[in-house]
Structure formats: structure tokens, C-alpha cells
Design a protein around this ligand. Sequence first.
Ligand code: CU
Length: 238
Amino acid sequence: MPVAASAHAADIDFVLKLVHGLMLVLFVGWALYFGWVLIRFRRRRQPVANPSGATGRLALGVEIGVVIAEGVLLVGFALPLWFTRTAAPPASANAVVIRVVAEQFAWNVHYPGADGRFGETAAALISGENPLGLNRQSADGKDDVVDLNLIHVPVNRQVVLQLSSKDVVHSFAVPAMRVKQDVIPGLYTPVWFTPIRIGRYDIQCSQLCGLGHYRMHGLLIVESEADFAQYLASAAPH
Ligand SMILES: [Cu+2]
């Protein structure tokens, strides 16, 4: 497993371990049964097939046990976690909101700047120097911070990323944060997590999005609140 660097990572890992534990039990059980069947029903001992199959209580009991275990995993663990993770993003006033706009083959990062509001963007303004089409003349756009393939976030604060794409469907994945979310042109899709460990973590595109997909790579930089503020100040337009 990659390092567990977000607040909800332990919950995801716990369910993954339960699922893999059950799969291990099933794998070993089926392998032992398969070996036993090969010997018990060898041609010398049983030349004619028995079409009625297993009728014993043990076979039925094991089948029911597996169904119950899978039901408990699904209803007791997997679904609650799924609903928690896919509910509306918690509207914390303290959350850091950043837009991430994917393109073939890079991640454009857009911070709202000191005023906390994103400047307007327009497709007509998109150019080599302005990949987001940000309107620097607009009232909210003057102080916005734009970066490429590097996302700075403060540790121990909720991060809400609004994901969008300029061209095709990409997928924003940070294994250390246990987040993965498809990125759709024309939509802002939120993904959220609370980083709990300072460090640099891989951002991957996990949808095959074109010839350069393999190099669509970025870094999530989790740093102290002071370092984050310093980054925003140094990257702000002067
Ligand atoms: Cu991509």
C-alpha cells in the first residue's frame, strides 16, 4: 500500500484489508477443495459422473457462510464508507478550495488568491501563456495564483479540489490520499480530503487520455500552514 497520508485513508485501507482477507480465505478454501476433488473423483475410483452434485449439509453451510460474510462486508463496511466519501463535500469555512483543470497532458492549478474568489475564465482567452483563459482584468482575477503540475496544500486542513478538463476525460488520482476521481470537460467535479502528513505525493492521470498519458504526472505538496502561505505570496502576481 502507498503511504496513508489523508484522514480517511485508514478507513479505505481497513475495507481493502477485509475484502482481501475474505478473498484469501476463499482462495485457499477453493484450492484445497479442488485438490481434494481431483483425488476423490479420479477416474479409477469414480468412472461415471454424478449429475446431482454435492448435497451434503457442509457444502450448503459453507455457501451460506460465504454469502453472509459478503453481505456483512458490503452492507456493514463498504456501503457506509462509499456514502460517506461520495456525499456532498462538507462545506467547511476553513477548507482550501483549488481548481484543477486537466488538459492533454498536464494539470493546470488555479488558486483564488487573497480575496478567496476565483477570477472569471473564458475559452477565448486561452493561450500558451494563459492556459486557463483567466481574465486578469476581472475584479476577482487580479490576485489569482496559477501553477502547473504542482498543487500546494496545507497539512491538517480540508482540501476541496474542483476538477475540470479542457479536452478529454482524465482521472485525477493521488494514491497516498486515497482519492481518484474522473475529470469531465464542462463540469467542476469536487474531490476532497484532509492531508495529515507533510510530504510530496504523486498525482497520476488514471484514464488513458491520449498518447502522452504516461507523462501526465504532477506533485501534491503537503506543507505547513506557514510554508503554504509563503508559497501563495511568492506565486501571487505582482
Ligand atoms: Cu489524462
